[in-house]
Design a protein around this ligand. Structure first.
Ligand code: PLP
Length: 396
């Protein structure tokens, strides 16, 4: 495969404002004026190039950010949403109709799991949950009405790695769309290049990196993105989870430093994973460790330079031990006891009782998720050895 570098693709874009401002101007309008009435009609029909109609459909700020995301992802198009959940639910509802079937990884973000398991029952959409690394189980789960195979490139919180190419082959064979949540690994992995049909993001996380808003994105073919915002049948257009243009303009500026941040997140996480391995008996999960079951697979999918990501999980065995550790670690200054990830400071939480609490305990057990699992989103710390010394003091 030809070498693809997301950051270089992003840098090829020339996005500047109409008055020459190096940052594109921020859209401050919900609606757009026309000098000729028939241009408005053409815009309604989607036939007036460069014209905007109404901000819920498109606006210039969202278009700049969407174009940048499409360049980074290598997709024809993209659309930005008010949250990651809006991106995920819009994409799924656009592809599926009542009575359809979805095959999904069981290890997804808790909100995604809840939507798939409980909410979609309203539409009589059946979901088969599988372990994402078990390709045979995916093949076995296929039904005549399977419309979507859904996975996270690197799963939350167990950090299992999906074989995107193999999954895309199964999807193509059965006529389903492969939807991949790439929230944990932007720039590191380009799922579209391996055959994913639709890539979704919670931009709340690494892409924005500032923890000052929630936002999401759907990247895919022009045909799919146009269907998503079709005036009559588009899920995003009709349910309306559009991102605010002020936020778009902020996220766009942050996107241009994502490559540097990803490298530092990865470098720090790799360092801590090595320390946990060499200096403690604690079970550590990090896909950049050679003993991780999908280390080779991930290595084969990585875009050069970005490392193995900023997420680590450690198993402190019991909820009590994990709470004790996290409280001490916050006091010590390691970072914050908080959900979410991709922030410049280190964040940590107990997955079972927070971001995965929607997943029933028996399924958590089946997934291999220990009640004492602490998920770290490792920050951009300049002196990571100092951070390790602080962590060490707090361990049981
Ligand atoms: N996907 C993943 C992997 C997540 O971790 C999250 C949130 O934690 C989401 C999606 C949902 O994103 P948002 O909170 O922006 O709606």
């Amino acid at each position: 495969m030809k070498h693809f570098d997301p950051a270089t693709e992003l840098n090829k874009l020339q996005q500047f404002g109409e008055f020459g401002g190096v940052n594109p101007s921020i859209t401050d309008s919900a609606t757009y004026t026309f000098l000729q009435a028939d241009t408005m009609v053409d815009t309604f029909k989607g036939e007036a190039e460069g014209c905007f109609l109404y901000s819920r459909h498109w606006n210039p700020s969202n278009k700049y950010l969407s174009d940048a995301l499409a360049a980074m992802e290598g997709t024809e198009s993209a659309w930005v949403t008010a949250s990651g959940m809006a991106a995920i639910t819009s994409a799924l509802l656009q592809v599926c109709n009542t009575g359809d079937h979805i095959i999904s990884s069981v290890t997804t973000y808790g909100g995604t799991f809840a939507f798939l398991k409980y909410y979609l029952q309203k539409f009589n959409i059946d979901v088969s949950f599988i372990i994402p690394t078990d390709l045979e189980a995916i093949k076995k789960a296929v039904r005549p009405n399977t419309k979507v195979i859904y996975t996270e490139t690197i799963s939350n919180p167990l950090l299992q790695v999906s074989d995107i190419k193999a999954m895309s082959e199964i999807a193509k064979e059965c006529g389903a769309k492969l939807i991949v949540d790439n929230t944990f690994s932007p720039m590191m992995i380009s799922p579209y290049k391996f055959g994913a049909d639709i890539v979704v993001y919670s931009m709340t996380k690494f892409i924005n990196g500032k923890n000052d808003c929630v936002a999401g994105a759907v990247c895919g073919s022009e045909e799919f993105i146009n269907s998503l915002i079709d005036l009559n049948t588009g899920t995003a257009m009709l349910l309306g989870p559009v991102l605010d243009p002020l936020r778009s303009s902020n996220i766009l500026k942050n996107l241009y430093t994502l490559h540097i941040r990803m490298k530092q997140h990865s470098k720090n996480a790799q360092y801590l994973a090595g320390k946990f391995t060499n200096e403690t008996d604690i079970r550590v999960i990090y896909p950049g460790l050679k003993n991780h079951p999908q280390y080779e697979l991930l290595t084969s999918m990585l875009n050069r330079e970005y490392g193995y990501g900023g997420m680590i999980a450690i198993d402190l065995e019991t909820v009590e031990k994990s709470y004790n550790f996290m409280e001490k670690a916050e006091k010590e200054g390691v970072g914050y006891l908080a959900v979410s990830l991709g922030y410049f400071r280190t964040l940590f939480s107990n997955s079972g009782s927070s971001t995965s609490s929607e997943i029933p305990e028996d399924i958590q057990k089946e997934m291999g998720m220990s009640p004492g699992l602490v998920r770290f989103s490792v920050g951009l710390d300049n002196d990571i050895e100092n951070t390790w010394q602080m962590i060490k003091k707090c361990l049981p």
